[in-house]
Structure formats: structure tokens, C-alpha cells
Design a protein around this ligand. Structure first.
Ligand code: FES
Length: 151
């Protein structure tokens, strides 16, 4: 940060302000898995506290790195996957539609050196409704031409 501030010819505090505002800048090295739990309102209403509890049960501490260097836990603001709340980003992958149990499963798989399947942790395609598509349903099985209906 000091180098960047000097390079940009600005006071050190300006670089520090930016780096502490955005959660993608880390103030210290993070563990092998950077566990970023979204705590913003949609995720909070859908159970992000349960995800934190699952992390705490595994010994993770918010803002800290586990003694084995495997996990760093952080609370972050909306990660843009609200339709699949609650969710967590771990390194480059999102794990969505989580519960305490599935969060625990993801962490345990990572501990075993496995890569859990990213995306929704329930049966649904990306952010489609759990019961299946409710609009453009003719498009589910084949390409459907809606243009006649738009005239
Ligand atoms: S509020 Fe959690 S992803 Fe948007």
C-alpha cells in the first residue's frame, strides 16, 4: 500500500482507505481457502447466521485464519447471488442455497482436499425456481418461437 500510494503520488492514508473499503483487498495473507460469507440482508434473512455458526463449529473465526492455514473466514457484502441466498464465495467458486449442514459438508470436503461442486447445493438449475421454470416454459424442452405472440 505504501508503494502504491507513493507510485500514485498520494498520501498513504488514501491508499489505506481504498484497500480497507473493498473486501477484495486483504490486509494480511489469507488461508488456502478464503471463505467469504455474504451477510447482506437477503442472505441474512435466508440464514447466513447459520452458515457462520457452521464455520464457528469448525473452529473458524471471523477475520481470522485457522491455525493450519487452511481457512480464512470473512463476512462480506452482497456478492450478487441473492436469488440463491444464503451463499458463500470460497476462492473463485460460489456455493449457494446453503444450509448449516451443506455448509459443513463443503468445509469438510475442502478439508479432505476435495473440490465440492460449486453452485446451488439444492436441486435446481442456477437461479431457476426450485419448482422449475415459471416463464418461457415452452423453451424448456426445445427452442420455441414466441415472435407470433409479440405482434
Ligand atoms: S445478499 Fe447475499 S448475494 Fe446478495
Amino acid at each position: 500500500m505504501e508503494y502504491v500510494a507513493k507510485y500514485l503520488d498520494m498520501p498513504y492514508i488514501r491508499a489505506l482507505e481504498v484497500s480497507t473499503f473493498y473486501t477484495m483487498f486483504n490486509q494480511a495473507p489469507v488461508g488456502r481457502y478464503h471463505v467469504q460469507v455474504c451477510g447482506t440482508t437477503p442472505c441474512m434473512l435466508r440464514g447466513s447466521e447459520d452458515l457462520f455458526d457452521a464455520c464457528y463449529a469448525k473452529g473458524l473465526k471471523k477475520g481470522g485464519t485457522s491455525p493450519d492455514g487452511l481457512f480464512t473466514l470473512a463476512e462480506v457484502e452482497c456478492l450478487g447471488a441473492c436469488a440463491n441466498a444464503p451463499m458463500v464465495q470460497i476462492n473463485d467458486d460460489n456455493y449457494e442455497d446453503l444450509t448449516s449442514e451443506t455448509m459443513t459438508s463443503v468445509l469438510e470436503a475442502l478439508q479432505r482436499g476435495q473440490t465440492p461442486k460449486p453452485g446451488p447445493q439444492i436441486e435446481r438449475q442456477t437461479s431457476a425456481p426450485e419448482s422449475g421454470p415459471t416463464t418461457l416454459v415452452e423453451m424448456v424442452s426445445e427452442n420455441y418461437d414466441y415472435r407470433e405472440q409479440w405482434k
